[in-house]
Design a protein around this ligand. Structure first.
Ligand code: PMP
Length: 420
């Protein structure tokens, strides 16, 4: 049975809003998705009935909060095909990627003992990313290279924005220690060839880091089947609260990895000179934790699983094709990324000939249509495609056919408006 979009929409209070005298058409879910009542209620119920700091305190509320927090971790683990010990809560995907990069540099400066060898980088070692990365999966690796003397290399894209897989085997070589790439491009909507890239990394023993921010809301994800070593997710893009994300890591790797943030809640004992750390995931969760957010994210994945990720994916592919076909049919529009008919998620970047993306965004906003404009934190990709900026429409489980029709109608009128 296909998804019942009207029933889904009824669960999202914000979608009843009007903007500039029009019903809101929210096509900026790739920046942040809207949140269903189940997520809002879960956070509120926690704050109203159980609010306490976790993993400390002898009182009833602290025990309840800890239980809810850990059950949420198990829930996320199940959603991703991992175990609870492999799920680290972070403030978001950016925080997760920085955690990883700083763990590597801590290992490289000799911290973490013998077991941290896998993470130790030396001059001559190479880190590989792609040219289409979000800045969050680029700059932390640039900085890591700067701190350790490792070299950062990248797999380029062709004129159509496709990864140059013909070059990849030459770039991922004996010196490669880390391969980090996006599962789905946040500008093009293209789904990258994970299996091929993982195979190239495995051949040379490099660690694989998957940025799953833009795939997790659209596709079923199984980190074991994908065979990646690490994966990062952003909770707020998958119907969950702001301020929460996940770092998945293979258990044996997390156990060997030195911490990044240090402080309370991550130690077994501390003297004035020295500290012993807890095993993962606690070792990577210093400080007071985002408990209501974790509980909210668990409610979000319950919501997605209740819909069924296979059905979410099916609907999403349909929306992606409708976006691509509709945009490609409008004169003066350049669709970025996969051509109509080629696989993509419900996300499309495009250019309106002769009109700056900021003007496109403003024109659409006047019609109550929310899209993203600019370089979407992927400046190198835009530069490669000869663009300063683009406009992006992105869908979610609550997107209707009428939303797309209003959007395509609006885009169809942009050029005429600015010419006049
Ligand atoms: N990677 C990708 C592909 C993204 O789209 C984003 C969010 N725009 C991020 C990383 C960073 O996520 P966050 O801002 O939630 O940390």
């Amino acid at each position: 049975m296909p998804l019942d979009i009207d029933r889904i929409r009824a669960q999202f209070p914000v979608l009843r809003r009007r903007v500039n005298d029009h019903p809101l058409v929210y096509l900026d879910s790739a920046a942040t998705s809207q949140k269903p009542r189940a997520v809002l209620d879960a956070e509120r119920a926690f704050l109203e009935h159980h609010n306490a700091a976790v993993h400390r305190g002898a009182h009833a509320l602290a025990a309840e909060a800890t239980e809810l927090f850990e059950v949420s971790r198990e829930r996320l683990a199940r959603f991703l095909g991992a175990t609870a010990e492999e799920i680290v809560w972070t403030a978001g995907a950016t925080a997760a990627l920085n955690l990883l990069a700083y763990s590597f540099s801590n290992a490289s400066s000799g911290r973490g003992g013998a077991q941290a060898e896998r993470f130790r980088l030396r001059p001559g070692d190479e880190l590989v990313v792609t040219e289409l990365e979000h800045h969050a999966n680029l700059i932390p690796w640039q900085e890591l290279a700067g701190r350790t003397g490792a070299t950062l290399r990248h797999i380029g894209v062709d004129d159509a924005g496709r990864l140059r897989m013909d070059e990849a085997a030459g770039i991922i070589g004996e010196r490669t220690r880390v391969l980090a790439f996006a599962h789905v491009s946040n500008v093009l909507g293209a789904i990258n060839p994970v299996a091929e890239l993982v195979a190239l990394a495995r051949r040379v023993g490099a660690l694989v880091v998957l940025d799953a921010c833009q795939s997790a809301p659209h596709l079923p994800l199984d980190v074991k089947a994908l065979d990646v070593d690490f994966a990062v997710l952003s909770g707020h893009k998958m119907l969950g609260p702001l301020g929460i994300g996940v770092l998945y890591g293979r258990r044996e790797l997390l156990d060997a990895m030195p911490p990044f943030l240090t402080g309370g809640s991550m130690i077994t004992s501390v003297t004035m000179e020295h500290a012993e750390y807890l095993p993962s995931p606690a070792r990577f969760e210093a400080g007071t934790q985002p408990v209501s957010q974790a509980i909210g994210l668990a409610a979000a994945v319950d919501f997605l699983d209740d819909l069924g990720m296979d059905r979410v994916h099916e609907r999403d592919a349909e929306l992606g094709q409708a976006l691509a076909t509709g945009l490609a049919a409008i004169p003066g529009i350049r669709l970025l990324g996969p051509a109509p008919g080629e696989p993509r998620v419900g996300l499309a970047g495009f250019i309106v000939d002769g009109v700056h993306s900021h003007d496109v965004g403003q024109f659409l906003d006047e019609l109550g249509i929310a899209v993203r404009v600019g370089h979407h934190c992927a400046e190198p990709l835009h530069r490669r495609l000869g663009l300063a900026a683009s406009t992006r429409a992105s869908t979610s489980v609550y997107t209707t056919d009428a939303d797309l029709a209003a959007f395509l109608d609006g885009v169809g009128r942009v050029r005429a408006f600015f010419r006049a």
